[in-house]
Design a protein around this ligand. Sequence first.
Ligand code: SF4
Length: 212
Amino acid sequence: MQLIEHYLSLQGEGLHSGKPTYFVRFARCNLRCQWCDTSYSFGKGTLVSFNTVTSKIKESRAKFVCLTGGEPLLHTEDCIQLMRHAPQLHFDIETGGSLDIQPFQVKNSSIIMDWKLEHSGMNHKMKQDNLLYLRPEQDLLKFVTDGSSVEKSEILQIIEKTKNRGFQISIQPVFGCEIQPIADWLLSLKNPCLQFNLQLHKLIWAAHPVGI
Ligand code: SF4
């Protein structure tokens, strides 16, 4: 597997936020978001054997594994193989939303789809059909926002478009921006599908624990 790093940490987002999780960060990304904070994943990474990764996951005793990147969906076979190998574990799959999520929607996975808003410069790359595929209770649609009125209106349009689909929607402030107004805005929407998310890793470790 071409990886940037793999390590045990706390899941910082999604439905399993706060839970000990083994992170597998795949190399390469097909997008170039303006505010990307993981550009170190753009390279080809290091070749790590399947057995090494599965042994480390087992050693960590984590019940959750996060497949992230870069863009993990560029590594279909590796992701599917990992999920099949460990049906007793739950896999969070963090994707940028530009590639088909369907092959990764298995019983023991949750898709965390980071939908790129206009300011990312990558909104035109979003695969619109993915919004139809997100599963209620199991998958999550995520927006990273600076809380500007332009972005709030963009987010509301997508919420309206996907109304009654039943999946969770996470609002995550851009790191370093004023968070309370965004939390207040979320509460004012009175939408039970919404959840607020802060980047736990950055709050605790400034970046993340040491990987590979
Ligand atoms: S999808 Fe993620 S890793 Fe890729 S450019 Fe955007 S923020 Fe960076």
